[in-house]
Design a protein around this ligand. Structure first.
Ligand code: MN
Length: 264
């Protein structure tokens, strides 16, 4: 198996190194990841700047080399598949991200975007994230990686196919064991506490704001947000297709004659 591994926390992030170590025996692991943290970069790609690629030795993995890219997570996966890899991957992995990627936060996630890029290019892809402990300490990436590997084994045994995109979230492991695994839809609920932007400085005509940290997703029963909060590992298959098929059907039945405009 040829695994392409990326992330959005940067190539030196412990979550990436632990995941690389956990899947190493499955085949060849090629690490191509951003050279700096890119959390919440979503599916951005770099158009105007050159992408600088450097060979980097991964921390805590003697002799294992990766390639850092001066771009976004989606850049890494695109560039790797188009140019850097000798052969196309058989599987694209992303993570393990520092922090959950659930509910509407999936739209902001660079971790999920790296996997989604792989899926868009036709490869099966899995994104892994682990919840940050509520006391703000670092997640236990080593134990999270063990769970990720077990889940990956089950997904592989079931058969990941072209374009499959699976989002996996591991609850905080520093307080307790996970209660189990839930295959669950993504929550579409908004934020519980209105997120605020804090005015930091004012000078002349200029003001600067910083996003506040009181950002919490509203719980929606039987979704990734609720199950992760209850201590379950969540698995959510995602679609690249963002079409709202119900609306597609209802809009398609409208009269789309545009008065005063002829069509060819
Ligand atoms: Mn991140």
């Amino acid at each position: 198996m040829r695994i392409l591994l990326s992330n959005d926390d940067g190539i030196l992030a412990p979550g990436l190194c632990r995941l690389a170590a956990a899947v190493r025996d499955l085949g060849t692991v090629s690490v191509v990841a951003p050279d700096s943290p890119q959390s919440a970069s979503a599916h951005a790609i770099t158009l105007l700047e050159p992408l600088v690629v450097r060979t980097v030795e991964l921390p805590d993995m003697e002799g294992v080399l990766g390639q850092s890219v001066s771009g976004r997570p989606a850049d890494c996966v695109r560039l790797a598949i188009r140019n850097l890899l000798d052969q196309p991957p058989t599987l694209v992995l992303s993570g393990i991200n520092r922090g959950a990627n659930i509910g509407i936060n999936i739209f902001y996630s660079g971790t999920v975007a790296a996997a989604a890029e792989g899926a868009m290019l036709g490869f099966p892809a899995v994104a892994f994230s682990v919840e940050i402990p509520s006391d703000g300490s670092e997640p236990d990436y080593g134990r999270a990686a063990c769970y990720c590997r077990r889940i990956l084994d089950i997904l592989l045994a079931d058969g990941l196919t072209r374009g499959d995109l699976v989002n996996v979230n591991i609850p905080d492991l520093t307080r307790r064991q996970p209660r189990g695994v839930r295959v669950t839809p993504q929550s579409t609920a908004g934020v519980e506490v209105e997120d605020e932007y804090i005015l930091q400085a004012r000078s002349g005509q200029e003001r600067s704001y910083r996003i506040g940290d009181k950002y919490e997703l509203r719980h929606q029963d039987h979704t990734d947000v609720a199950y992760l909060a209850e201590g379950y590992i969540t698995i959510t298959p995602l679609h690249i297709d963002m079409t709202n098929h119900d609306r597609l059907a209802s809009l398609a039945h409208k009269d789309w004659t545009l008065d005063g405009h002829d069509f060819a």
